[in-house]
Design a protein around this ligand. Structure first.
Ligand code: FAD
Length: 447
């Protein structure tokens, strides 16, 4: 009897899971295992919003495995030590695991590979196209997108029907925890969301994905982050559907950032293009006002309040609040990224840090001089003020003829909504004056 470990990380699903399918094909008995990694739990990865979603996703995975004669084995501690302990107890001949991209994940896997006496087989299951698929990394999105559209994709991994477990390994306890707001972790909830969203039709997405009041985006990001749904399966299912181009493009952005981080993990904290950052300000009062949604700029404040309430924020508003922090307040993008990681259910090192860098102008934006005016962005993308009214209680009953994205002084006073903490135009002048040399088009060793 051969035993294999199917080591789950952020591929918490039974459908299209190459790790599970690989372990199932390699052995008679499979130990589906998840290790709560103490090192990660002590960092922002262990914050309550994401931990709650993770706990629900693990429970859901356990249920799916039990329906197939299996169960999810759970351990907590040093990731490598715990995996090897279970492998030894189960007399496993092989460990199957997904290749991941952050510096920590890569080092953790390397540590496992060098310590394991048995074979460790790695699979690409996190992105649509594997990070190393095109050899040389890309730092510019457009050429990457063209390559991505032409790439051949792996076939979907088969769904294991039945599995058997070794008898002499203790199963362990699933963690407790619940997602914030209306989120529900797990593969079932993720697939239900995908189904409901695609049934509404993709045309609404293409037309209104930048309108946060309409809330037409898929909200699949936490499911993709934890791998409750497979990015490849989503892309394959939608490829031929009318109106899918925009969604595929977003999935490509996800792959694009994954290949960048995988190639250069230090960009999680270092500027991708050194020398492009402005002189950052140390302004704790402004930072607190931004975090609390009390900047006096309604579109920015609505976003920050949505983040607090839901552990999630619409993409357009993420761009605007990030621009406000890094351009108007000139506070280091790392501070904003850290706050996002503290609260986001979908908090993801590649997507978060590299989107922050994109907005801050230190990353991959081909136009790093772009400035998002928070008032004009609100008028353009939330013309009826639906989003602002939803999240800013003080402004909920402001009459329709008032410019809700720049309420006059008397309206602010009556509703007790804050005055703007800065003058946008003056702040942008200061930002321009404080910037370093203009960025180049990319580093020498990348496309
Ligand atoms: P949809 O529009 O339905 O897109 C589908 C999927 O494509 C998303 O679920 C996501 O996986 C991917 N995607 C969409 N936009 C982007 C993008 N710009 N970059 C990379 N992938 C994208 N996304 C995260 O998943 N985690 C983060 O921590 C994160 N932090 C961000 C921080 C900032 C400052 C900004 C500007 C963006 C950030 N994003 C992050 C990207 C984007 O805002 C979210 O993926 C998106 O809002 C999730 O909503 P959705 O699932 O409805 O997206």
């Amino acid at each position: 009897m051969r035993t294999a470990i199917a080591l789950f990380t952020r591929d918490l699903r039974v459908r299209d899971n190459p790790v599970l399918a690989g372990a199932r094909a390699a052995a008679d008995r499979v130990v589906p295992l998840f290790v709560l990694d103490n090192t990660l739990l002590l960092t922002s990865h262990g914050r309550p919003n994401r931990f709650g979603f993770l706990a629900e996703s693990l429970r859901d995975l356990d249920q799916s495995l039990r329906e197939r004669g299996g169960a999810l084995f759970v351990r907590r501690g040093d990731w490598v030590e715990e995996v090897l302990r279970v492998a030894k107890q189960g007399d496993a001949t092989t460990i199957h695991v997904a290749r991941d991209i952050s510096g920590y994940a890569q080092a953790r896997l390397a540590r496992l590979q060098s310590a394991a006496p048995m074979d460790v087989t790695t699979h690409d299951s996190i992105t649509v196209v594997p990070p190393a698929a095109f050899g040389k990394p890309f730092v510019v999105f457009a050429p990457y997108y063209n390559r991505w559209l032409d790439a051949s994709w792996r076939g979907l991994a088969p769904l294991p029907r039945r599995m058997s477990l070794p008898e002499d390994v203790e199963i362990g306890a699933l963690p407790r925890g619940a997602s914030p707001g209306t989120w529900q972790g797990g593969e079932r909830a993720g697939l239900a969301r995908l189904k409901a969203w695609t049934a509404r039709g993709l045309r609404g997405y293409a037309a209104r994905r930048d309108d946060p009041g309409a809330d037409e985006t898929s909200r699949l990001s936490p499911y993709l982050h934890f791998g409750c749904v497979s990015a490849l399966e989503v892309a394959s299912r939608l490829w031929d559907r009318t109106g899918s181009t925009e969604l595929l493009r977003q999935l490509c952005w996800r792959d694009f950032y994954a290949q960048l981080l995988s190639w250069r993990p230090a960009v999680a904290h270092d500027d991708l293009r050194p020398g492009t950052a402005p002189v950052w300000r140390d302004a704790p009062g402004d930072f607190e006002a931004w975090k609390a949604g009390r900047t006096g700029f309604p579109f920015v404040d609505a976003g920050m309040r949505q983040l607090h309430a839901e552990g999630w924020m619409h993409n357009r508003v993420r761009m605007v609040v990030a621009s406000f922090l890094t351009r108007d307040l000139r506070i280091d993008w790392r501070e904003g990224a850290r706050h996002f990681m503290d609260l986001l259910v979908d908090g993801d090192v590649a997507n978060n840090q590299l989107n922050w860098q994109w907005v801050a102008g230190t990353g991959t934006d081909a136009n790093p001089h772009r400035v998002l005016n928070p008032t004009l962005q609100g008028r353009d993308h939330d013309p009826g003020g639906v989003y602002v009214r939803r999240w800013i209680r003080e402004l909920r009953d402001v009459p329709p003829d008032v410019d809700i994205h720049d309420p006059p002084f008397d309206v602010r006073r009556m509703t007790r909504y804050s005055e703007p903490i800065i003058d946008h135009h003056e702040a942008i002048e200061m930002w321009r004056a404080s910037r370093g040399p203009r960025p180049g088009r990319g580093s020498a060793d990348a496309t």
